[in-house]
Each structure stands twice: as structure tokens, then as C-alpha cells.
Design a protein around this ligand. Sequence first.
Ligand SMILES: Nc1nc2c(ncn2[C@@H]2O[C@H](COP(=O)(O)OP(=O)(O)OP(=O)(O)O)[C@@H](O)[C@H]2O)c(=O)[nH]1
Length: 330
Amino acid sequence: MTDNVLQEFPEYNDNYRAGFVSFVGRPNAGKSTLTNALVGEKVAITSSKPQTTRHTIRGIVHRPQTDDAPGSQLVLVDTPGLHRPRTLLGSRLNDLVIDTLSEVDVVGFCIPADEKIGPGDRFIAGQLNKLPHKPVVALVTKTDKVPRADLAEQLIAVDQLGREHLSSEGRQADGFASIIPVSAVRGDQTNVVTDELITMMPTSPPLYPSGELTDEPERVMIAELIREAALEDVRDELPHSIAVTVEEMLPREGRAADKPLLDIHATIHVERDSQKAIIIGHRGSRLKQIGSGAREGIKKLLGTPIYLDLHVKVTKEWQRDPKKLNRLGF
Ligand SMILES: Nc1nc2c(ncn2[C@@H]2O[C@H](COP(=O)(O)OP(=O)(O)OP(=O)(O)O)[C@@H](O)[C@H]2O)c(=O)[nH]1
């Protein structure tokens, strides 16, 4: 930690709490939406399609010191969905998730209130059981989608899941450290989630300056925004096949200082010619749509006008080829 960080926190004292929390859960469980709700600004990318969060994206919750509580900082590490691997990419993602989890202070296991607990959840619980010293909080998400009676039943089922699957030797107590129902969309109980997570953080000096919401490199955020735009309205098989790389970001030469323009060159990678055709669309109409969709988000992120140059490339079988995976940054 730099001295700069401490200068920003004159009230910092020995009771200050700060640490890392990571949300896991099967695809679509509501991890990104919850991250955004806790941080209060859009940092992670959400989509109604599963498995869009491939990169570790952090958001930071700052709580200033009050008469009742010391100041605190919660660093949210948003991981890809932990899921049963079917491809090499799948198993790489799982390794990445386990690595991330071994370094955080608390794991938040997101389980939707409106879906029955299934093999995917039991798989995740089994993986978490491999980290016996890691406290796990169950977050029962999307509570606005179910009647109270169904929620009560789900809470009991979640408790059961914890008792059955989080019981390795060395675990302080069997099961979840706590179970919290929450609706990120309505903002119900989001404060309770923050409070509970903060009490579980170690005493520590602040980890990040207060203005910082995310330390994800801009390039990765930009690639994610393009990927999100490309995933709008496409068929179900496509999401797994798309990756985006940002090739170049350069300020346009010869522009007046008060009228800057940033040129961004990016590539959308697909696996097959047929998918390339879908992405490009009739006479390039879909690609144009993707470009304008992504441009808005990128402009907002960078706070400057941009020119987005998009290419589509067939990178065959990239999900299964280790060399290609490395080149795409996985
Ligand atoms: N009604 C309701 N919908 C929610 C809530 N939280 C998330 N959703 C919806 O559930 C879907 C999935 O949410 P995400 O936050 O993208 O889920 P995720 O777990 O990050 O998904 P992956 O990135 O695929 O792992 C989206 O359509 C959200 O709008 C909630 O509290 N209430």
C-alpha cells in the first residue's frame, strides 16, 4: 500500500477493517448484479446470457468511520461462474476461480431464490469444501422473484446444502457462516450483506484510495463491453464461442486539445465461419449495431469520444487449444 492511500484516510485507526470477498455461484446466479448493487455503480458486465463474466473485476465499497463503527473497505472480486468443466476453457476458468478464492477473506456463494438447488450448486459447494479455512456466506439472490413461503423453503434447502457439503475436517463449524436473502434489483437487504461481510473482514489499513471503484485495466473493461454488445440478441450457442481482444488504443493525431478522439481497434473472435456471418449480419448490419452499442458504454467508461474499429476473425476451436487460449489472455 502506498503512502498516498493513507493520506486519503485521516480518520484511519487500528479498528479499520479491510479485505477481499469473492462471489461464486452458477451462471446467471446474480453475482454481477449484486456486485453492482453493493458498489453502487456499473463495474461488472451483466447479461441475461450465462457466463459473460470471464475476467476478475473488482468493485470497492468504502464505509467512512462513524460514531458507531470504524471505517471499512470491502474489495469485491467478481469471478467467472464456477461450473462443471466441459472444455479446456471451462477447467481453466475453474482453476482461476479456485486460485482467486484461496486469496480472499470471505466467499459469498450466490444461490438464486427462484431455482431449485441442483448438481451445479453441489459441485460448487464441494469445491469450496477444499478450502476448509475459508468462511462461506450463502447469499440467496433474486428474492423479489418468489413468494415468502417459497423463500423460506429455499433458505432451509440452502442450510441443508451447507451442512451436507461444507463439512471438511478443519472447518470451524459445519455449513455456511451465515445465510442472507437479498434482492440486488430492489435493493432489499443489500446493506445487510455489506454489514455482514465487513464484520468478517480482518482489521487492516485501507487497501485502495477512496475514489477507486475498480482496478480492472481499461482494455479488459472495453473488451467486455464489446463482448456484451455482441451477445445481445444472439442464439444460445454463440456466447461460449466469442472472445474479444483490444488491439490498439491511440489518440487521433491532429485533433484540437478540447476535441480529442480515441481510436480503438478491436477484434471479435469466433470459432466458425457460420458464426462470423451471424456477427457481421446482412451487409454488416449486426456488426454496426454491436459497434454503436459498445461505443456508448466505452465513451461513458473513458469519458471521451471514441472511434471504434471492429473486426471479426475466425479463431478456430480456440476454446480447446491451449496456445490460442494463452494468446487471448486466458
Ligand atoms: N428479479 C431479479 N433479477 C435479478 C436479480 N439479480 C440478478 N438478476 C437477473 O439475473 C440475470 C443474471 O444476473 P447476473 O448478475 O448477470 O448473473 P451472474 O451470476 O453474474 O452471471 P454469470 O456472469 O453468467 O456468471 C440477469 O438477467 C439479472 O438481471 C435480482 O435481485 N432480482
